[in-house]
Design a protein around this ligand. Sequence first.
Ligand code: NG1
Ligand code: ZN
Length: 508
Amino acid sequence: KPDNVRVSYGTAGFRGNASGMEYVFFRMGMLAALRSKLKEAAIGVMVTASHNPEHDNGVKLIDPQGEMLAQSWESLATALANAPFPIVQEVLALPEKIGTPCIFLAKIIIKNLRPSSLSLSRAVLDGASAFGATCHDHGLLTTPQLHYILACYNGGDIKVDEEHYYQNYASAFKALLNVPVTSPVTVDCANGVGAAKLTKLAERIGANIIDIVVYNDGQSGKLNENCGADYVKVQQRAPAGLNMEPFHRYASFDGDADRLIYYTLDSDCNFILLDGDKIAALFATYIRDNLKKASINLRLGIIQTAYANGNSTNFLINQQNIEIACTPTGVKYLHEKALTFDIGVYFEANGHGTITVNQECKNKISAAAFDPNKSAEERFAAKKLKLFLDIINQTVGDAMCDLLAVEAILQDKNWSVKEWYRIYTELPNRQAKVQVADRRIIETGDAERKVILPSMLQPAIDELVRKYPSGRSFVRPSGTEDVVRVYAEANTQENADDLAQQVSLAVY
Ligand code: NG1
Ligand code: ZN
């Protein structure tokens, strides 16, 4: 462990340049073993740096039901990762000292990808084994597959494997669709793990039901380089080399397949993005409409972050009358908030999101599908809703499941991508990043929409924002990169770009 380096468990665990990070992974193996012991359940360890470049890597822990690591343990993870070596040695000697055999009731599940992943996964396994944990290495998986497998395992299905995932979602999708999807969807898999996995899922569903064309399958291109959901969202352009035709459906995953973005061209060949906000709007309105048709009264909410486009928020509140909540960036916050609704639809604008439904509500919907006191139309809507919710991976945002869900809704509504993107028009926006000496001096409040410290920064941003019609801007320190992120939106692209640049200068 280098003496002068401090790492912290951020938005998505530990992440950074892979070289010299073994000690962090080893210690996270130790921590996973401890947590497994405490919870008397399997804990997941995901080795990935998602959409970051190939030379980066990262590690995050997954709690027993497939949820993110409890926030109270994040500071323990940070403390252990930064502890001086002798302390770690003492902790390692703990089992002998307390005289208990290192028997763990659960397993640690590992996944790996990048060139560095093999040795870093090894470090996790070593750390966990040093505490006597029994480890199950599941090899390559997408992040959401690991969440799913872990939740099933702890639910009692100890034989669960990857194939189980495909069978479950392929059959759920086929049960929902009454006729095949008529036109193909092309999916850029960011040269990541999603390519092989999506190919398998598509095979299980069958090309006669849906034609999924995999692009960027990792055979020639580099992971996340000029492709993938983050590239498409931030650059607002198609992955390099993709030949697009107007109104065809294109989608991008990120490197570990937990983000999904759609896009297309209009008749003038303008690039049209359908991001996480638009997916959330599609899901939420579909659920709301079917709840209404089935005469089921449940509390539906959408959870967004400050990155949600202002017009998506307007559309949902003012035109659709759907309840909205806003949380800080990071799926753990969105997920937690979603659980406070009967049905929660949460999405980050970058395409990471899912739907949560509590069991009682699921039962209510299932019961309505067979309720003799309801009309045939009501029962039909309830059944459709139940089948729709079956194709959602409730543990975490899952690009493959979300793709199937979008495809199913479009098919059911007989919509092309055109009707979908026209539900509202996005305000032009721009994301930028600024390198500063220490990004941690920036503190934010109000779900990251306001800067608290340094105190002069927010008044400066307010003054800049006032100059632009429909202007909005905020800044926050990234939890995964050593940068401050800047977001701006305004009435025109030029103004949004300009505002982002002015605010970047104010940060600098
Ligand atoms: P940071 O680096 O904290 O902005 C990014 C994303 C998050 C989340 C994490 C985890 C944006 C603006 N930020 O976090 O939403 O997805 O990565 O991958 O997209
Ligand atoms: Zn990801």
